[in-house]
Design a protein around this ligand. Structure first.
Ligand code: SAH
Length: 504
């Protein structure tokens, strides 16, 4: 494993400042032992005009395997020999990243006691990695580094130089050049992106990796066009961690952008979706279907249960048929984003009186949920563990008991039509289950029966003749003549009587 960093300089700003920045003197070759082997730092060239630092990692493959053994997935038993005979010693980018952060930790944080003014100054930098494993090839390397201000050269390395017919290996020869970045920024880019390109961590990814990612990604990851891919790969595709990280990145982005900008981004996203003449995004279709069903039900006072980041609440606010809209979610983080999206703090009094957000769990009955015309559970039930579903059922249909309840959930049969979804996977890491049409109907039918509702089903999104629509929606309507619920019957009778009185 080998990486070099080169800078050029002038007599006033000598290139050898690199030694101060890295806290490693150019005249010495130094060795640092790490848990996986030895990291060497040496300077093949060092004068005022040009200075190159090389980081060479000598990996102890046996130590790597032994260490991995006791540690969760890191020690997953491969074929015995493959553990020893693999490319890790030569190309494990995650090892290189760990070495970078270990050997150059102050440089990465932008600290230089000897010359405190240096770290914040951008300088000409050239980084070379002769053999970088890159899943996604040179194209992805470009997409990752270019938005950060690097000029990228990524050449595929032939599998065997003597046999060009064999094609390319999964390695690229990488050179990055920039005049505008500081060394700390450069190191933080490498620390995150080398393992992302490798896409195979040598250790088990634990939850504190989210913090490490956000720290190293500060200032450049929020808003990076490949933010999602970077986050997901960095966290070894552990969906719950990825989601956590994405939420936190979203908060950072929101904190950095002012509210008009948030609106502009929202508009831009919708406009883009339209311009591309792609089919309307499923989330938009779902929202439209919900608004239409609510309209048909005649509801004016509406609960959005598990409102998430408030997109539906926002749509309902734009429609004067809805006089009171309440968003409820268990996640404070989601509610914070929702409240920023809605600009609750700056809303006119009249608008503000129509909307409320509060934190609550649907696994418990809650008197605040009583007395509304309709409740929406949009893509929420599948986020609860199955054994907790009866609690939600009781809280909504038994206790809150609005006249109309809309429930949407993925139709798992449709997943085979999702090109990017690996077979047998759910659509979202936090989905505890996904139902077939039959399963959803069975559940909804039983719920309706138990609580005195009628239920009808509506497809959402393009309906496939074989596997059905991507989303399924159930519309529950409280039975007006249900003997089991005399209280409801009375109120409904009262309503009818009032109507008749009016008509008379
Ligand atoms: N309704 C939104 C968000 C769906 S994501 C939409 O259609 O886009 C599911 C949401 O349900 C998340 O915001 C999650 O925080 C919330 N949630 C999950 N379990 C919950 C519970 N027990 N009580 C309240 N909200 C819950």
């Amino acid at each position: 494993m080998f990486l070099t960093i080169t800078t050029t300089g002038t007599p006033e700003r000598p290139a050898t400042d690199l030694g101060f920045l890295l806290h490693k003197h150019p005249d010495n070759a130094q060795a640092f032992s790490t848990s996986y082997g030895t990291a060497h730092v040496l300077y093949p060239e060092a004068d005022a005009e040009r200075c190159t630092a090389a980081l060479l990692l000598e990996v102890d493959a046996v130590a790597l395997v032994r260490r991995g053994k006791g540690k969760g997935r890191g020690g997953a038993p491969d074929a015995a020999l493959a553990q020893y005979v693999n490319d890790r010693p030569y190309a494990a980018s995650s090892l290189l990243a760990v070495a970078l952060s270990g050997v150059f930790s102050s440089a990465m944080r932008g600290v230089c006691a000897a010359k405190p003014e240096l770290p914040s100054q951008p300088r000409p930098l050239r980084v070379e990695v002769p053999a970088l494993p890159a899943r996604g090839g040179p194209g992805l390397v470009q997409r990752l580094f270019e938005p950060l201000g690097w000029t990228v050269t990524a050449e595929p390395v032939a599998l065997d130089a003597e046999f060009p017919d064999w094609g390319d290996s999964r390695y690229v020869r990488l050179a990055l050049e920039s005049e505008t970045l500081t060394l700390a920024e450069a190191l933080r880019h490498l620390y995150v992106l080398l393992p992302v390109l490798d896409d195979a961590k040598h250790y088990w990814v634990s939850p504190d990796e989210v913090d490490k990612l956000l720290r190293a990604g500060e200032g450049w990851l929020p808003g990076h066009p490949e933010q999602k891919l970077i986050t997901s790969r960095y966290l070894s595709r552990r969906w719950s961690l990825t989601r956590q990280a994405m939420e936190r990145l979203e908060l950072v982005r929101l904190a950095e952008t002012d509210d008009t900008a948030v609106e502009e981004i929202d508009n831009a996203v919708e406009a883009e979706a339209e311009a591309e003449e792609r089919p309307t995004p499923l989330a938009v279709r779902r929202r439209d279907a919900i608004v239409a069903a609510l309209g048909e039900s005649g509801a004016a006072r509406v609960l959005d249960l598990g409102c998430g980041q408030g997109q539906l609440v926002q749509a309902l606010l734009k429609d004067p048929r809805f006089t009171e809209i309440v968003g409820v979610d268990v996640s404070m983080r989601a509610l914070t984003i929702a409240s920023r999206r809605l600009k609750l703090d700056r809303m006119g009094e009249r608008q503000a009186s129509r909307v409320k957000l509060f934190q609550g769990s649907l696994a418990y009955t809650d008197t605040r949920l009583k007395g509304y015309d309709a409740a929406v559970l949009s893509e929420v039930v599948e986020h609860l563990d199955l054994p907790r579903l009866p609690a939600l059922e009781y809280a909504v249909f038994g206790s809150a008991r609005p006249r109309t309840v809309l429930v949407t959930t993925p139709n798992v049969e449709h997943n085979v039509r999702w090109e990017t979804l690996p077979a047998g996977h759910v659509r979202h890491g936090d989905h505890r289950f996904e139902w077939t049409r039959e399963e959803f109907r069975t559940w909804a039918g039983a719920v309706a029966e138990r609580h005195g509702y009628d239920v009808e089903f509506t497809p959402v999104g393009p309906e496939d003749p074989e596997v059905g629509p991507p989303t399924q929606m159930a519309v529950f309507t409280l039975r007006t003549t249900d003997e089991k619920h005399p209280h409801e019957k009375r109120t409904n009778e009262k309503r009818t009587n009032e109507k008749e009185a009016k008509a008379a």
